[in-house]
Ligand binder design. Structure first.
Ligand code: ASP
Length: 599
């Protein structure tokens, strides 16, 4: 080894010892002719001292010329720092190394941004950070994220091993089975016009592994989805992917609660209480207006359908007559909402196809609202009690079909909560983790534009057994054996018990999802075939690993927990990818590019 100690190791007990450190020049200070260099490595930093009075001139001059982030090896003796010069902020702050030798292993150019000062580093724009990712990752906060990620992966692997799981790798070069997100495709040089696709998840392979008798499978699996990028999405991401045979939903709940308990303990030394509460999809929407509720604060939705069924306020009663509902939300303490904020929320309502947004502000003992004049005394009294309307409150209403009304108020609830947090009127402790299961999802959703049913999870999800007879008569009433795990309003993962009978799977593909028989055969034939040769009942789940780590690291961006993430436009600024390829490569692939962007 080139070094005897790492840079976070030397303490008082090392005084007098000759040591060698290797690392980066974190900072260099010239004080009265003596040079102090903080040498930093992954573990921490140590002060080294270059004193011209007992050092060869060329070594001293070399030290004097070092730029930050150059890589050096320093050998010397550990000594106690002089009185009054201890640095209590770092664990090595009571000692320093009197340099005797210096080897410059790599001289750094002037840096594009400073990384020795966390405050300055935090202000560097993300593009520069991504372009010079090797510098960005040296920052202690980023290094901590990578370390935590590795630690959690190891803890997860240990947990699965104890539980008898096998880690099995599945192919990255897969086949196109379009369903849900858009796929990345890879041209096949060996047979012109044929393509691989990158897997959106190992879903089908993990089910086949169950047919293959693996019984308990997991993988830290890379997945690829060619979706337009949203803030918390990446084109490629990692899942903790799981599948088990001979189980039912309860087994998955227990397994995942155990896994998350282990992870939270390992990463944060926090004991999370289990079992997690469970909410049905209907209840989650009714109370929080979303299927991944953040239950760390209230502001719950209230149902007022019965109160307004016969109302002379037609906006409300009309919605009920049309089979809809009247729902409301009391954004407690938000009466001071500005005109601009009310407009933002009204725009949200319009985005849901509504004409506007009814609201009541309670200010100065009065109800300020364009709608109060239409309300009867009984209706007002009902509002006051059911919404617990008090001075300073803002009530917001949605009268529409159930799902639409719930979802609008769910969105407004989060918007209002954010503003209330900023105003200090709502507080959410940083270290609170509200885990919950969302269960009893509908198996299917209806796509009005395409006039057909789609799977609300994926087409391999088993219907609840009692609902099977409804599949052909009333598909919307069928529940799926599907579950989502949610923490603090973030969907950490989801999964389901699968269909394992080929006839049921075929019926779902062809009769319900209206995938023509020949297409279903082409896309999923191998799965249907596998199910004819002894398929055990099975089910599984996948957790978004990047998101999980982001939560543990307390960062809003998954880019902060991925070593080399892509930008919102899907580019890697460091390697400058994607990039054109040589004409020869295209020719080999029998490809011709039309409409390529001109340089
Ligand atoms: N493969 C599914 C997904 O990626 C998860 C599962 O059903 O296990 O969402």
């Amino acid at each position: 080894m080139k070094r005897t100690h790492h840079c976070n190791e030397l303490r008082l007990e090392h005084i007098g010892q000759p040591v060698t450190l290797c690392g980066w020049v974190h900072s260099r200070r010239d004080l009265g002719g003596v040079i102090f260099i903080d040498v930093r490595d992954r573990e921490g930093r140590t002060q080294t001292v270059f004193d011209p009075s007992d050092l060869a001139k060329e070594i001293f001059d070399q030290a004097a010329g070092l730029r930050n982030e150059s890589v050096i090896r320093v050998a010397g003796k550990v000594r106690r720092r002089p009185d009054g010069t201890d640095n209590a902020k770092i664990p090595t702050g009571q000692v320093e190394v009197m340099a005797q030798e210096l080897e410059v292993l790599n001289l750094a150019d002037p840096l594009p941004f400073q990384i020795d000062d966390p405050e300055a580093a935090a202000k560097v724009n993300e593009e520069a950070r991504l372009k010079y990712r090797f510098l960005d990752l040296r920052r202690p906060e980023m290094a901590r994220n990578l370390r935590l990620r590795s630690k959690v992966a190891t803890a997860a692997r240990g947990f699965f091993d104890e539980q008898g799981f096998l880690e099995v790798e599945t192919p990255i070069l897969f086949k196109s089975t379009p369903e849900g997100a858009r796929e990345f495709i890879v041209p096949n040089r060996r047979e012109p016009g044929t393509f691989y696709a990158l897997p959106q998840s190992p879903q089908q392979f993990k089910q086949i592994l169950m047919v293959a008798g693996v019984e308990k499978y997991y993988q830290l699996a890379r997945c690829f989805r060619d979706e337009d990028q949203r803030a918390d999405r990446q084109l490629e991401f990692t899942q903790i992917d799981i599948e088990m045979s001979f189980i039912d939903r309860e087994d998955i709940y227990t397994l995942i609660e155990g896994l998350l308990k282990r992870i939270w303990k390992t990463a944060l030394d926090v004991d999370i209480p289990t079992p997690f509460p469970r909410l049905s999809f209907a209840e989650a929407l009714n109370r929080f207006g979303i299927d991944k509720p953040d239950t760390r604060f209230g502001l719950e939705l209230v149902d007022l359908t019965e109160e307004f069924r016969g109302s002379s306020f037609r906006v409300f009663s009309g919605a009920v007559t049309n089979g809809g509902v009247v729902k409301a939300l009391n954004a407690k303490g938000f009466a001071g909402a500005t005109q601009g904020q009310i407009e933002t929320m009204t725009e949200m309502a319009k985005g849901f196809g509504m004409k506007g947004l009814a609201y009541i502000k309670v200010e100065g003992g009065e109800w300020k609202s364009p709608i109060t004049k239409f309300l009867s005394d009984a209706e007002k009294a009902a509002l006051k009690t059911k919404l617990n309307l008090e001075e300073g409150d803002l009530a917001l209403f949605a009268a529409d079909q159930w799902l639409n009304a719930c979802e609008l108020l769910g969105k407004i609830r989060l918007y209002a909560a954010d503003l209330l947090k900023q105003q200090g009127k709502l507080s959410v402790p940083a270290n609170q983790f509200n885990f919950l299961w969302v269960i009893e999802f509908p198996l299917l959703g209806f796509d009005r534009e395409q006039n057909r049913w789609y799977s609300s999870h994926h087409p391999f999800t088993a219907p609840v057994v009692e609902d099977l007879p409804l599949l052909k008569t009333d598909p919307k009433k069928v529940h799926g054996q599907h579950y989502d795990i949610v923490v603090n309003g973030v969907e950490l993962g989801g999964g389901s018990i699968r269909i394992h009978q080929p006839d049921v799977q075929k019926m779902i593909f062809e009769d319900i999802l209206q995938i023509p028989a020949d297409e279903a055969k082409l896309r999923f034939g191998y799965l249907l075939e596998a199910f004819r040769y002894g398929a055990p009942p099975h089910g599984g789940i996948a957790l978004g690993f990047d998101r999980l780590i982001a939560i543990l690291c307390g960062t809003p961006s998954i880019r902060d927990v991925i070593a080399f993430p892509k930008t919102a436009k899907g580019t890697c600024l460091m390697t400058d990818s994607p990039a054109p390829v040589a004409a020869k490569q295209l020719k080999e692939l029998y490809l011709e590019v039309k409409g390529a962007k001109k340089e």
